[in-house]
Design a protein around this ligand. Structure first.
Ligand code: CA2
Length: 148
């Protein structure tokens, strides 16, 4: 099973500032954690981080016919990007949305996600563990699909 794991703008700055919200671990720490999770589950993962909306759209399009699912933390684009929503709808791959923080307990502008409409499930407020939950959810979803 092949998963594309996308992280949006500023997540490459993890562990540098706003540690009270996003924790003390760095982006490299997140990648190491995700590599361990995927290896333990026998999942082949590709990682992509960008601060640019169009680059994220391009990467989602490239996943078409290649990947089995997408885990995405669209970061600030969660609350603004119809382009990323449309790209996810276009490739029609099973996708999960992840947020490190609980976006529903933060500023009101973070309460709405454009991306959720193209995702099977959203995991929020669990830190790095939310990505693990999303990976396991997609693994189970794909296994079910294959057996039907
Ligand atoms: O909780 C999340 O994972 C978010 O997707 C993170 C985004 C935010 O815009 C969303 O509302 C919720 C922000 C990521 C920025 O990460 C930073 C890392 C270090 C220092 C400052 C920001």
């Amino acid at each position: 099973m092949k998963l594309l794991i996308i992280n949006g703008p500023n997540l490459n700055m993890l562990g540098i500032r706003e540690k009270n919200i996003y924790g003390t671990e760095t982006y490299e720490g997140l990648l190491n954690y995700l590599r361990e999770v995927c290896e333990a589950e026998g999942i082949e993962a590709s990682f992509f981080q960008s601060n640019h909306e169009g680059a994220i759209v391009d990467e989602i399009q490239k996943a078409y016919g290649v990947m089995d699912g997408i885990v995405i933390n669209p970061a600030a684009y969660t609350h603004t990007s119809v382009a990323i929503l449309d790209a996810l709808k276009a490739v029609n791959l099973p996708a999960c949305e992840v947020h490190l923080s609980n976006i529903y307990e933060r500023e009101e502008f973070r309460h709405h996600s454009y991306i959720s409409a193209a995702c099977l499930k959203t995991f929020y407020g669990m830190g790095f563990a939310g990505y693990r939950e999303a990976i396991l959810f997609l693994r189970d979803h794909c296994l079910k699909e294959m057996s039907t």
